[in-house]
Design a protein around this ligand. Structure first.
Ligand SMILES: C=CC1=C(C)c2cc3[nH]c(cc4nc(cc5[nH]c(cc1n2)c(C)c5CCC(=O)O)C(CCC(=O)O)=C4C)c(C)c3C=C
Ligand SMILES: [Fe+2]
Ligand SMILES: [Fe+2]
Length: 340
């Protein structure tokens, strides 16, 4: 038995679709300084304004996609955890950055397991963002320090360029490409442009030119948009898609700031106007289906596309608990070297 335990980490969901639970979840999420990156007084003011209306609208959206067992994101993540546990001779726990099960609960559980001294910390995000991976790692470090846990952390970084991840993505999506289609839209979660610039270690590459993500740079080690672009290109190449058969866009914008473009909403109208009738949409910023895929794309974007003249929008499911993805994660658990 190894001294490794595994913590699978995702973003999290409200405890229920009650407005009060959604408000509590949104407050915890949006008050994270790595998500809304404003000084505390301004962040408090902005988030309080968002919390006037958003919880009710979000609660309705959650209610429309909620499963009997709970939030799709949490239920799917639990299935992946259980499937992984069945393949591994080390304890596997699940944690969410916001809501429950928390990172604190997950680390405390692992620390109680006999012999566990190292945690393989696996944020379930293919692309790097401070609002997803960095905040989760910082929370884990805070919890370890607070409880003085005898655990070291080995973090699995963004895996956008790992061939086994890309192969699993292609394998899970392939059945949806057997029917004829006119276009494939790869729709990623959006990010404020400011976040992209802040994460640029060179301080001068990201967004300095329209084609910055096409030009190699050390900035791409932490550039969310470059990493999305890399996934899109690899996916298209592996499926043999011609350049005019696919495009990339960014969804889920919140607030008035400029987020990375093009926006999915705009792209949906453009594609319908260009005569695209059957559109496949894939959401490779998420490994598990969630409100952003099921409701924003599967319901709202579908309605928008059809109103704009399209005929069918097919939402390609995320990796979820696809056997090839679970096998890939299990292999990473066995082979990732311990952090020095
Ligand atoms: C400033 C706001 C937000 C940033 C920055 C942001 C980045 C970001 N988020 C994900 C993944 C997910 N986000 C999800 C939901 C969600 N995201 C925001 C806002 C920001 N996200 C909000 C307000 C919400 C809640 C839903 C809503 O009210 O619209 C989810 C789904 C959660 C679920 O329960 O299903 C995921 C997953 C990434 C990958 C990312 C940075 C690239
Ligand atoms: Fe988000
Ligand atoms: Fe770039």
């Amino acid at each position: 038995m190894s001294d490794r335990g595994v913590l699978l980490v995702n973003l999290g969901s409200p405890a229920s679709t009650e407005v009060a639970d959604v408000r509590r979840y949104l407050n915890q999420f949006l008050m994270d300084p790595l998500v809304v990156d404003l000084p505390w007084p301004l962040r408090r003011l902005l988030v309080s304004m968002i919390l006037l209306r958003r919880p009710k609208a979000s609660a309705e959206a959650y209610a429309s996609i909620w499963w009997d067992e709970g939030s799709p994101l949490v239920v799917i993540s639990r299935r992946v955890q259980q499937a992984l546990q069945a393949q591994l001779d080390m304890p596997v726990e699940l944690a969410m950055r916001y809501g429950q099960p928390s990172i604190e609960q997950g680390l405390l559980k692992l620390a109680q397991q006999p012999g566990v001294r190292e945690v393989l910390f696996m944020p379930q995000y293919p692309q790097h963002a401070d609002s997803t991976i960095t905040t989760s790692v910082r929370e884990a470090q805070r919890v370890i320090a607070k409880h003085q846990l005898p655990l070291t952390l080995t973090v699995v970084p963004a895996f956008y360029d790992r061939s086994d991840y890309l192969e699993a993505l292609v394998a899970s999506a392939k059945p949806y490409f057997e029917q004829p289609f006119d276009h494939v839209l790869l729709s990623y979660h959006g990010l404020p442009e400011r976040h992209l610039k802040k994460a640029d270690p060179t301080g001068s590459h990201c967004l300095a030119s329209p084609d910055c993500c096409e030009r190699p740079s050390p900035a791409h080690a932490t550039c969310y948009r470059a990493q999305c672009t890399a996934v899109s290109k690899q996916f298209a190449q592996r499926l043999g898609l011609a350049p005019e058969q696919w495009s990339q866009a960014f969804q889920s914008r919140l607030g008035r700031d400029k987020w990375i473009e093009p926006y999915t909403e705009t792209r949906i109208d453009e594609l319908a106007a260009q005569g695209v009738k059957r559109l496949l949409v894939l959401c490779p910023a998420f490994v598990a289906d969630c409100i952003e895929t099921l409701e924003e794309i599967g319901d709202r974007a579908r309605e928008q596309f059809i109103e704009a003249g399209g005929q069918e929008l097919v939402l390609v499911p995320c990796l979820n608990d696809h056997p090839q993805w679970v096998a890939t994660l299990a292999q990473w658990c066995r082979t990732t070297p311990r952090a020095a």
